[in-house]
Design a protein around this ligand. Sequence first.
Ligand SMILES: Nc1ncnc2c1ncn2[C@@H]1O[C@H](COP(=O)(O)OP(=O)(O)OP(=O)(O)O)[C@@H](O)[C@H]1O
Ligand code: SF4
Ligand SMILES: [Mg+2]
Length: 345
Amino acid sequence: MSEYVPIEVQDTSGPVLDVRDLRVWYASPKAPVQAVDGVTFALNPGEVLGLVGESGCGKSTLGRGLIGLLPRGAAVDGELYFAGREMLSLPAREREALRGADMGLIFQEPMTRLDPLMRVSEHFREALKAHEPDLSKAEVRTRAIDSLRALGIPPTRYRNYPHEFSGGMRQRIMIALALALRPKFIIADEPTTALDVLVEAQILRILADIRQRYSPAILLITHNLGIVAEACDRVAVMYAGRIVEQGSVRQVFAEPRHPYTQELMRSVISLKTRELHSIAGAPPDLSDPPPGCRFHPRCPHAMRVCIETSPPTIDDTECWLLDRNLSTADSTPLVRSEVSVADEA
Ligand SMILES: Nc1ncnc2c1ncn2[C@@H]1O[C@H](COP(=O)(O)OP(=O)(O)OP(=O)(O)O)[C@@H](O)[C@H]1O
Ligand code: SF4
Ligand SMILES: [Mg+2]
């Protein structure tokens, strides 16, 4: 691992993360998969942003693109600023040095990230020494045990191996490892999906506690809107590689503007649920997305204009319904047979 070089912070008053028109695509035999296609958002210090959307809409790709952890064959374009510093033009070695120390990543499946042959203590030693080589053995131990204790893992377990812990405990060890370095920005990609509801509640309490102690900015990727309501300040809704709506959790949950967000909200099961709602159809193939609005084949409010022209972003929502100046012809409701003719054209 490369030695940690603290980044030259150019602006501490602005957002931790400023993303403009970010695009990520994967090479594929047919055509490039446009997994993230023009995403723009900012994340302030101490803020928790929930990123939601159906499977395959590009959430993990966006997360990995932000932290510079994309697989070979993936390409990135756009602008990405971390603490005021442009990231995409940084040499790979410098970006690697930032990971862990300034940007942490919490994965869904801890066992794929923890080495079964290494004790917990060795994981901490490796992570901390890679970024702070001058730390003494005693300092490493103190930092690691503090971090584990904050996550409810007793110091007596410090020298255990990963397989000696339950799934929930392993997830907490992963989080403790990410936090021992006190990063300014953390991506948590489905951190509770594999866990039962009690452990999930525990992890959410821990995330709330971490916010109070260190105020990192957190991007929380999840399928679960209940988690967003509980743990996030703002929410970004992703569909087919684009953020179609973003805003405060309070505003988006009370008054979702985008038809996709409205449909997602209707799919949530609550005590008042009388019948289950699902969104008809499936997200598009991102190597050949539909023209115009990518949601038009599934949208209950689609209009003529939606099949031809990409919608504008108005009030942080990407939808033609918010454009008050549409002509009568453009705003004519779409007849579904026209969609299939347009798709075939
Ligand atoms: N390594 C890869 N090579 C090619 N295509 C990929 C690769 N990884 C992901 N994709 C494609 O990119 C798109 C976005 O995938 P991604 O994993 O980012 O979605 P996601 O929103 O995180 O889904 P999930 O909720 O299931 O985790 C999908 O069409 C997926 O098939
Ligand atoms: S732009 Fe048109 S198709 Fe897309 S979400 Fe809005 S109304 Fe529906
Ligand atoms: Mg994912």
